[in-house]
Ligand binder design. Sequence first.
Ligand SMILES: C[S@@+](CC[C@H](N)C(=O)[O-])C[C@H]1O[C@@H](n2cnc3c(N)ncnc32)[C@H](O)[C@@H]1O
Length: 234
Amino acid sequence: MKENEYNDLKKWYEETADERCEEMGEFFGRRIGNYEEHMSAWAKHYKRVAELVPEGAKTLLDLGCGTGLELDRIFERLPDISVVGIDLSESMTAELLKKHGDKNVEIILDDYFSHDLGENRFDVAVSVESLHHFTQEKKVGLFAKVCRALKPGGVYIECDYIAGSEKVEKLAFSECRRRRLRDGVPEGEYVHFDTPLTLEHELDAMMRGGFERAELIEDIDGTPIIMARKRVKA
Ligand SMILES: C[S@@+](CC[C@H](N)C(=O)[O-])C[C@H]1O[C@@H](n2cnc3c(N)ncnc32)[C@H](O)[C@@H]1O
């Protein structure tokens, strides 16, 4: 199974070797037309993420909220929850606002790595299919900010693409590096190229970010849902 993932990925990199890197926001802007249809394959994941948001949660941070597919399900359960969604893409979030402009939702068009997320503000944070493009070190810094932004005892729920082995993780980062260098992408610019971490490395990044606990809740068709909890007492 894992050997197949590695071989399939290697083959796909060979077939697409000449494709140019696309800047992250521009990538999603170009695909907005059929984005939600494409993501319908993850319907079960959005439903499960929404079920895991604790009853009684009043404030929610969504990292990489996009067009709001996870929020579609979350608002069904908790229509009055107050949401801050952060995303790089204006066109994606414009779709979100078309659907949920009547809800208590604030959109921040910014990079979640550099934006100040504040302290002790949110009962829950979520991120769905957004973080599989970044290194473990960058994620440790982000998880530290998310942990700080949560109230004591608050939870972070993540559903994202994960590498099945370290061999796959290394292959993806190495191909991403090769393409970035070839295309002269400046250091720090985000490109849409999947570089998922293994589950072990993802959980480790959350723990290093300061969460008290981080665990796999469920694996749905190979995509894990992870929950991390902030300590109740400092
Ligand atoms: C595949 S979409 C997922 C959107 C939504 N969570 C969903 O599941 O439909 C990834 C989103 O993450 C956003 N994103 C990627 N990197 C980001 C960053 N560094 N800061 C803010 N948003 C980012 C993209 O603009 C895009 O809207």
